[in-house]
Design a protein around this ligand. Structure first.
Ligand code: ACO
Length: 401
């Protein structure tokens, strides 16, 4: 293994790699990804096995601590998370300060950052106990705050974690239960959500995770680093794609449902339009997560007996694009976000909350990567550049310009 602490920045020669398409920024033992073969593993376990057999907190534990928890460790982990689910009452004032129209990801990034104000002491990364508590605290508070963003927008009273229920069940109750109408859990939905969160839980050095690592590399705190990850995830080329998928499907429906017309638009190089939910930076053959979630999407739609013209358009689009030479020759397949948006819509989650769903799933990955980066003693992230600006110029006073 490379001794990171003794690495010296090379001087004299700089590699230019816009978008870091071929640049490794770190060594990591968390996620293995082979984009050509469509392989994704967390800590050596295949994503297919984990999505099928594990629950979300089990996978969170695995990502962060490196091993699957024993039964006792898992029970303790769930209990320890419960201890931190109360949110400081003054956080409600901050939530109230946002206009109702604010985008949920903007609110969530701000609230996550605001947690720093209520937890000002930095985590001592050489203390296992402090790290463990910080992991539980972050998983607990982020989930509640994410659902409060939704409640605030809906005008619902803010509600509290129910210690008799699991983490994913709590997500559903925190989102949807109102005093006059308790939420009825459907096991198929709970199972699909576990899968969705697991599939999103880590994806090596994607844009938001690299952001969390680079912000944390300046020794900024965990909440501040996670908050920057939320902001990076917000963009439509990353986590924002799941919202963009449904908005695109709605636009096609409102425009008469002509799928072929939009396929032509996506292929037209003079048109900036892209088929949202198609293509991936690293999966150039297929996205293994998409296969798993397509099955879950079918199960959820069947179980809920949903008849939605927008979802019909999704199916048509998928079929036409998969048979089209342009998409085939560029290996552009539906990615995980094409299907995740479909499930979220079927569950009644508003499209503006879709990227928040992604963030809840990605949180354990961000935490695991932050801890790995800090405990590995990585140096501060500081890329170089190739300067292409002006040569030395003489200053001209303002009255002479
Ligand atoms: N629709 C139409 N054409 C596309 C699409 C698309 N969705 N995606 C890529 N292409 C084309 C490009 O125009 C390019 O064509 P060319 O070779 O003729 O110039 C070729 O396919 C390669 O595309 P790149 O942009 O070079 O691929 P890159 O790896 O840089 O981008 C990305 C990947 C950003 C995901 C891209 O496919 C895209 O914009 N997809 C839509 C947005 C989306 O779904 N994002 C979610 C990503 S998954 C996630 O974050 C979990």
């Amino acid at each position: 293994a490379i001794d990171i602490k003794n690495l010296r920045a090379a001087t004299g020669m700089i590699t230019l790699d816009p978008g870091y398409k071929n640049t490794g920024s770190c060594e990591s033992a968390i996620t293995y990804l082979d984009g050509e073969q469509g392989i994704l593993r967390y800590r050596g376990y295949s994503i297919e096995d984990l999505a099928d057999k594990a629950n979300f907190l089990e996978v969170s534990y695995l990502l962060v601590f490196g091993e699957l928890p024993t039964q006792d460790q898992l029970i303790n982990f769930e209990n320890d998370i419960r201890k931190y689910t109360l949110i400081h009452e003054e956080m409600k004032d901050i939530i109230d300060g946002f206009p109702k129209s604010a985008h949920p990801m903007g609110i969530l990034a701000s609230l996550t950052s605001a947690l720093t104000a209520f937890n000002p002491r930095p985590v001592n990364v050489s203390s296992e106990k402090e790290i463990y508590n910080a992991v539980c605290k972050t998983l607990a508070k982020f989930l509640v705050l994410a659902t409060w963003v939704h409640r605030k927008r809906e005008g619902y009273p803010l509600s509290y974690y129910d210690n008799t229920k699991g983490y994913v069940e709590n997500f559903l109750h925190l989102m949807f239960a109102i005093p006059t109408e308790p939420y009825k859990e459907n096991p198929i939905i709970v199972d699909a959500l576990h899968k969705l969160f697991i599939l999103h839980a880590d994806h090596e050095q994607n844009c938001s995770t690299s952001t969390v690592r680079i912000v944390g590399s300046s020794h900024a705190g965990l909440f501040a680093s996670i908050s920057s990850g939320v902001s990076a995830l917000w963009g439509p080329l990353h986590g924002g794609a799941n919202q963009a998928v449904i908005e695109m499907l709605e636009a096609i429906k409102n425009d008469g449902g002509d799928v072929e017309k939009y396929i032509l638009k996506a292929k037209d190089k003079d048109d900036p339009f892209r088929l949202m939910g198609f293509g991936h930076r690293v999966y150039k053959n297929f996205d293994p997560r998409a296969r798993i979630i397509k099955k879950a999407a079918d199960e959820v739609l069947d179980a809920l007996g949903i008849d939605d013209p927008v979802l019909d358009i999704a199916k048509k689009l998928e079929k036409v694009a998969l048979e089209d030479e342009y998409f085939k020759s560029r290996n552009l397949y539906p990615n995980v976000d094409f299907y995740s948006g479909i499930i979220y819509r079927a569950l009644g989650i508003p499209s503006e909350m879709f990227t928040v769903m992604f963030a809840i799933g990605r949180l354990p990955g961000w935490i695991a990567q932050w801890i790995e980066m800090r405990s590995g003693g990585e140096p501060i992230g500081r890329p170089r550049q190739i300067y292409v600006g002006e040569n030395l110029r003489s200053f001209v006073p303002v009255d002479k310009r």
